[in-house]
Design a protein around this ligand. Structure first.
Ligand code: 26V
Length: 803
């Protein structure tokens, strides 16, 4: 079949024809959004052929397929990335130019698909890009949320949340597939009976049936025909159930796909969250089974042809649900079904924080999913039996139990039902093995492995930083674009003063783009000659934005007190969303904004220091923020940040990591060397020891060090807010919970690391060299490397060739 367009002229003809046909207007008359829609539709149709060919190749050759089950896919915008990956960006750009249309303006019309909270969701999106680009068949399975993560605005210094209406203009990339809808059942009761062969049969009489309708989004790889699918499920009314209270039924239906991660602190919220989890898992599995049976006679070979990766425990109901399908719908015996399930499923853990490990009250699961619960109970029972007999470890029974204290422990269920369990950075995996899942590791060590996270270098370097890409092309050729480990070639040039100067110029250009954005949106002038020091990530106590803030307060106080003490000009930039119910986090945001107000408007201080809080952090803002940074703040309490992925984006764009030895920071330093990063503070084992021995006292630090004392007191003495009590909560969290995240324990080390940063920045050549080394060593952190490891070591899938 002939491609829709291969030249600029062909593109223009097709574009003009479509505008007229669809909107009955000339290009000049058409609205900008209409042009965006038509362009998007053209791209989607353009890849239709590859999409079909990929599906036919997979079915024809009996290829194995991977499904990435994730509650979140933070994909951001797709237009640029799709055009670039297809290699038609320039044709389209020039074609549009001929019509006096600026492609950047069109690109800016697209809303971010913000279907996620943070790192976990963005990782899923990077993985999709790498899968397709590596010719691997791997699809996404998620929910089509009506609203993405809330839009953040700052009003009176505080975070306020607004709905993110990302679908307002429709979503050009999706194709609704009502024919492939699935009915998902909730509640009700189970009837058991014996069939004519004496086999026990199970009938689920649901209280509620909801129809799941898939919307398919093509996932386009770079320079490849392989086109995968991100399947987003949307809830609609099912026609098979007559419900007498239709209005309340419709409320239930709408609630399922309303929001990303609704507040689950209430009973209602928890039930909704479980419903969401089961909804997209049950629908995804049903579709996989149907597709399999269109090609193969039975499910006996399911594990040879399909594998499912669980992105954290959110989709872990896939384990009992697949058991249910195999036994109840396809008459498999327990052992055969279990064998299939445990060869299909694998699980990635993304956090060691106890409060973030999912546990659901048994009564909720029982009430919502009576049949699935019966199966969970049986998995639990058989595992306990195995601990007594097969493993001979009755002593660990309690620690590894799936059911205990009235709750279902989702991570334990995930480990028992998976063939592989992985952490997302070396240190994180070690903590899983030696601490969080120690007992599991003792009995099934072979299940555990590490897969250090990565980021797609296409979006995060090639497309979002064309200036640096151009410089790299010029210096080391283009091979690194397809083989990012070849960035290493840059090592031969890091001492070249010309290159160093050119790099600093590229960085200045990126800083200017960010400075313009800050000026336009916040009316704050920042100096591109100052050090851009950036901390961009979700706001959480363990990530220690507050440590950064305390240091800013320290510098401010010291400059106010001592006119001879002046720092090298620095712009402290923050970007972070706080969970709407997370009061402490919201107070820290308010504190940052209050400090910004004081500092930026103090004529003595502002020439040396500006504080900027960029609202509504998301993928598109990250695309202009990460590459404008000089310093990447990665200062979590050691042992708490599973990996981090922002750290990799900063590194790849030539920023220096100022960080603790946590998550993937460890692997960053391992590659660049301690001399090309600024590492400080307690290590994970120091932290563990302090906690174990219970020897840390925050008041000791406070009383010993008058500077620290003054900084802490500034939280409640009205320095940054006339309402003295505004930050009492922050103060109390720090001082009356014995500084749980050890901010004050690390304060001095952080302060000294910050001093070294400013000293080193003043040696421009040395600094540029350091940045170039970071870029050169960043190839390892391409998600292409990560995905290859998953493909080889867990999924057992190979690249395919699409004719
Ligand atoms: C969830 C929650 C839920 C409520 C209580 C507080 C809390 C704290 C953390 C989380 C995170 C859950 C999982 C997650 O998003 N992990 C992130 O995954 C990234 C991709 O692997 C990784 O880079 C981040 O370090 C990790 O935090």
């Amino acid at each position: 079949m002939k491609k829709k367009f291969q030249t600029k002229e062909e593109f223009k003809t097709e574009f003009e024809r479509r505008i007229i046909e669809k909107y009955g207007r000339s290009i000049e008359q058409a609205h900008k959004t209409e042009k965006y829609m038509v362009l998007g539709e053209m791209i989607r149709d353009y890849v239709g052929v590859n999409w079909k060919e990929t599906k036919e190749t997979v079915a024809g050759n009996g290829e194995k397929q991977m499904y990435y089950f994730s509650m979140e896919f933070l994909i951001g915008r797709l237009l640029t990335s799709n055009l670039m990956n297809l290699g038609i960006y320039d044709i389209v750009k020039e074609g549009l130019q001929d019509f006096h249309i600026d492609i950047n303006e069109i690109e800016d019309l697209e809303s971010d698909a913000g279907l996620g909270n943070g790192g976990l969701g963005r990782l899923a999106a990077c993985f999709l890009d790498s899968l397709a680009s590596l010719n691997l068949v791997g699809h996404g399975n998620c929910i089509r949320y009506e609203y993405g993560l809330f839009r953040q605005r700052i009003e009176n210094h505080e975070q306020t949340e607004y709905p993110d209406m990302w679908l307002k203009l429709g979503n050009v990339w999706e194709v609704r597939k009502p024919k492939h809808a699935i009915e998902v059942k909730f509640g009700g009761h189970i009837e058991m009976y014996m069939d004519e062969h004496g086999k026990t049969k199970v009938n689920h009489m649901p209280e509620q049936v909801i129809r799941a309708v898939p919307y398919d989004v093509p996932v386009i790889g770079r320079d490849t025909k392989v086109t995968n699918t991100l399947r987003l499920w949307s809830a609609e009314a099912a026609d098979s159930v007559i419900n007498n209270d239709f209005a309340s039924y419709m409320d239930d239906v709408k609630a399922i796909c309303m929001n990303v991660y609704p507040d689950d602190s209430t009973e209602k919220g928890k039930l909704l969250r479980i419903k969401q989890e089961y909804f997209f898992v049950a629908a995804g599995l049903a579709q996989i089974i149907k597709a399999h049976l269109r090609v193969y006679p039975s499910l006996d070979n399911l594990a040879e042809k399909v594998c499912i990766q669980l992105n954290d425990t959110h989709p872990v109901l896939a384990i009992p649900e697949l058991m249910r399908i195999l036994m109840d719908d396809y008459a498999y015996e327990w052992d055969d079904a279990w064998n299939i399930v445990t060869n299909v499923i694998s699980y990635t853990n993304h956090t060691v924080l106890a409060e973030a490990l999912e546990k659901w009250p048994i009564s909720y699961i029982q009430q919502l999913l009576p049949r699935v619960y019966m199966i969970i109970e049986e998995i639990h029972r058989r595992f306990e039996f195995a601990l007594d007999h097969q493993y001979n470890r009755p002593d660990i029974k309690y620690s590894v139990a799936i059911l205990k204290e009235g709750q279902v422990h989702m991570a334990n269920l995930a480990i028992v039902g998976s063939h592989h369990v992985n952490g997302v950075a070396g240190l994180h995996t070690e903590i899983l093995k030696n601490d969080v899942f120690k007992s599991f590791y003792e009995i099934m060590p072979e299940k555990f492995s590490n897969k250090t996270n990565g980021i797609t270098h296409r979006r995060w370097l090639l497309y979002s930083n064309p200036q640096l890409t151009h410089l790299l092309d010029e210096t080391i050729g283009k091979d690194y674009q397809t083989h990012p480990e070849q960035l290493e070639k840059l090592m031969a040039h890091v001492d070249d003063p010309m290159l160093q100067a050119k790099f600093m110029d590229v960085k200045r250009q990126r800083k200017q783009i960010l400075a313009d954005y800050i000026k336009e949106t916040l009316q704050i002038e920042v100096d591109v000659n100052s050090i851009f020091d950036v901390q961009a990530k979700r706001l959480h106590a363990y990530k220690r934005q507050l440590l950064n803030v305390l240091h800013i307060i320290y510098l401010y106080q010291k400059m106010k007190k001592d006119p001879n003490f002046r720092i090298y000009p620095r712009t402290f930039i923050f970007a972070a969303k706080a969970a709407p119910a997370y009061t402490f986090a919201k107070q820290v945001i308010k504190l940052i904004n209050c400090i910004a107000d004081v500092v930026n408007n103090d004529p003595q201080i502002a020439p040396y220091m500006k504080v900027v809080f960029i609202p509504n952090y998301g993928v598109s803002i990250a695309e202009i923020l990460m590459n404008a940074a000089d310093v990447s703040e990665q200062i979590s309490t050691a042992g708490k940040e599973a990996s981090g992925t922002g750290n990799m984006k900063f590194m790849m764009n030539g920023a220096i990591t100022l960080g603790t030895l946590d998550g993937a920071n460890v692997e960053i330093v391992e590659r660049v060397g301690y001399e090309n990063a600024e590492i400080f503070g307690l290590r994970a084992d120091d932290v563990a020891l302090l906690k174990r021995e219970n020897v840390y006292s925050v008041w000791n630090v406070y009383n010993r060090d008058p500077e620290i004392k003054a900084v802490v007191e500034a939280l409640i003495d009205g320095t940054f807010s006339p309402e003295k009590e505004d930050f009492r909560l922050v103060y109390n969290e720090l001082m009356f919970k014995n500084d749980e995240y050890l901010l004050l324990a690390d304060f001095d080390a952080y302060k000294h690391a910050q001093t070294r940063v400013q000293e080193r920045y003043q040696d421009k050549a040395g600094w540029a060299k350091m940045c170039l080394i970071n870029i050169a060593k960043s190839g390892f952190f391409s998600s292409d490397r990560t995905i290859k490891q998953y493909a080889d070591e867990i999924w057992n899938i190979q690249p395919i060739e699409v004719k």
